[in-house]
Design a protein around this ligand. Structure first.
Ligand code: NAD
Length: 249
């Protein structure tokens, strides 16, 4: 039974929208109890309603992942609600302005770093502590195709997504013997609020070998695969979901 998820508990950050919402719904359809976390309350409550409309179970906890006390509280409240934490999908993120390297200022750099790098480290720190205390767990972090190659414009975002890959590999090494697996999903162009297809520049769709942007529902199955027992020998890896775009020109 590779995909036996019933009775498990998952935490999803950035669960108010996009890939986080789609993954929360996908987890719940497999019988997983879901904690939806986000700084956006309205979106988070909508995700919980959608989970329940699909017959699943979920709660929403407001959390800004860049704030240590809020992340600590998130994991504490998850355990109070459901008693354990089997899967964590760390996914909350913000984009960088699409400007040249030399045009970024230090304030913008720090603001993006707080969410897109420190936020991942904080979540992993408290999730891993809980997973150590209960004998294991699985973490999936949303990096990006620009977490494993460069990108023109938005250099700090590119750097922090490489950082997410680095945090994941280090944690995978450190906790391999404690039954904790840590992997990344690396999306390409996905049509979400962060990267709407409607705003795509000319040629962006044709640049994807499949000639379409992905959807949040293209990402959720990759996350569930990395969580499942069938992936029990996979840790410290990047699963690219990009319609073939990173294969070459
Ligand atoms: N859309 C793409 O093309 C694409 C490609 C590669 C990677 N990503 C990454 O995928 C992840 C999900 O993004 P998405 O495309 O679904 O966008 P989205 O905007 O739909 O979702 C991002 C969510 O993160 C939440 N969030 C932002 N800052 C937060 C904070 N400080 N604390 C808590 N929640 C916060 C937002 O409220 C939102 O609900 C992000 O990490 C993003 O960088 C997106």
């Amino acid at each position: 039974m590779f995909f036996q998820f019933s009775g498990k508990v998952a935490l999803v950050t950035g669960g108010s929208s996009g890939m986080g919402r789609a993954t929360a719904i996908a987890y719940a359809k497999e019988g997983i109890k879901v904690v939806v976390a986000d700084r956006n309350v309205q979106g988070g409550e909508e995700t919980v309603s959608l989970v329940k409309a699909n017959g699943g179970e979920a709660i929403f906890i407001q959390c800004d992942v860049s704030k240590e006390d809020q992340v600590e509280n998130l994991v504490k409240k998850t355990i109070e609600a459901y008693g354990r934490l089997d899967y964590a999908f760390n996914n909350a993120g913000i984009p960088a302005p699409q400007i040249e390297f030399v045009d970024f200022d230090a304030e913008t750099y720090d603001k993006i770093s707080d969410v897109d790098l420190k936020g991942y480290w904080l979540c992993m720190k408290y999730e891993i502590s809980q997973m150590l205390s209960q004998g294991g767990g699985v973490i999936v972090n949303t990096a990006s195709v620009v977490g494993i190659r460069g990108g023109r414009r938005g250099a700090p975002y590119v750097a922090f997504k490489h950082g997410v890959v680095g945090l994941s590999k280090s944690a995978a090494l450190e906790y391999a013997l404690q039954n904790i697996r840590v992997n990344c999903v690396c999306p390409g162009e996905i049509d979400t609020a962060m990267n709407p297809l409607a705003d795509a520049p000319p040629g962006a769709v044709e640049a994807v070998p499949m000639h379409r942007f992905g959807t949040p529902e293209d990402i959720a199955p990759a996350v569930l695969f990395l969580c499942c027992d069938g992936a029990s020998y996979i840790t410290g890896q990047n699963l690219v979901v990009d319609g073939g775009q990173s294969c070459g020109i």
